[in-house]
Design a protein around this ligand. Sequence first.
Ligand code: C2E
Ligand code: MG
Ligand code: MG
Ligand code: MG
Length: 289
Amino acid sequence: YAKDEGRNNCQLYKVSLSAKTPEILSLEKSLRCALERKEFIVYYQPRVNIITGEITGMEALLRWQNPEMGVVAPNVFIPLAEESGLIIPIGEWVIREVCTQNKAWQEAGMTPMTIAVNLSPKQFRQPNLLEKVAEILETTGLEPQFLELEITESTAIEDLDFTRSVLKDLEKMGVYLSIDDFGTGHSSLSRLQMLPLHTLKIDGSFIKQLRNDDKVGHIIKAIVTLGQSLGLRLTAEGVERAEEIDFLRSINCDYVQGYFYYRPLSPQQATEVLKSESQKIAEGKHTIS
Ligand code: C2E
Ligand code: MG
Ligand code: MG
Ligand code: MG
């Protein structure tokens, strides 16, 4: 189905009349054919338990490998996909790919992991999101607790009643839900507290500021403490340095994601990492470091 949609889009392409640079136009045109040409690949970034060092899950991060342009970053093509509507078939492909991969890893004997998929605003608002997610879980045979869906804070707060009703339905289905880029949407935890969330992800920009601004540490600590008191798990994104780990450990942050532990990994690399991780867990080798 996604394939058909990709093909139609590919054929029906029309130059839009808005003021776009030739580069953007040509990028958008290539994007329309990218699904059909199988140019997308999902990378996986492990999420690590800050106390034990165990991998407790992963985040799926999409990459576009275009023959002419090389690897295009999601910050470039996701906005284009979002604006053109292509995010709907592309996003569906990502969920299906991730569930298929996750199921394959489980069947190969890896320790079961929850894998998070990012949903853009338009994807989150598509009318048949629930049916699609249910169908993909059914088709791939993946149990729902191994799929997590991330929406950004800004997406969540745009229409809180709508967000709550969609998230409640997804929660009933059994998938995990998290808020991404927390701290950039200028909302407050008291507004998000009405949502059935599992995890709050602190935006990487806060961690980056730790280096030169003492006050940021207090803000991060306040977010972690309040979030946890509301029953949420806290993940810090973009963690690159040992000092950042020390600080996050001192304030009892639950999980970290970042280059310090792992960069986003190709499926092959992720398979290797999961294999050795599953072995360590089986042998009980994880220790507090
Ligand atoms: P995000 O969901 O907040 O993902 C975190 C981004 O931070 C990723 O960038 C990741 O590679 C990067 N990152 C992780 N650790 C570090 C670190 O230690 N230092 C630094 N500097 N960066 C780190 P990426 O992969 O380029 O993705 C950017 C954004 O694109 C994502 O932000 C997400 O909003 C969006 N995106 C990625 N894949 C998808 C997708 O499949 N669907 C949708 N709708 N959006 C996606
Ligand atoms: Mg994310
Ligand atoms: Mg984020
Ligand atoms: Mg982001």
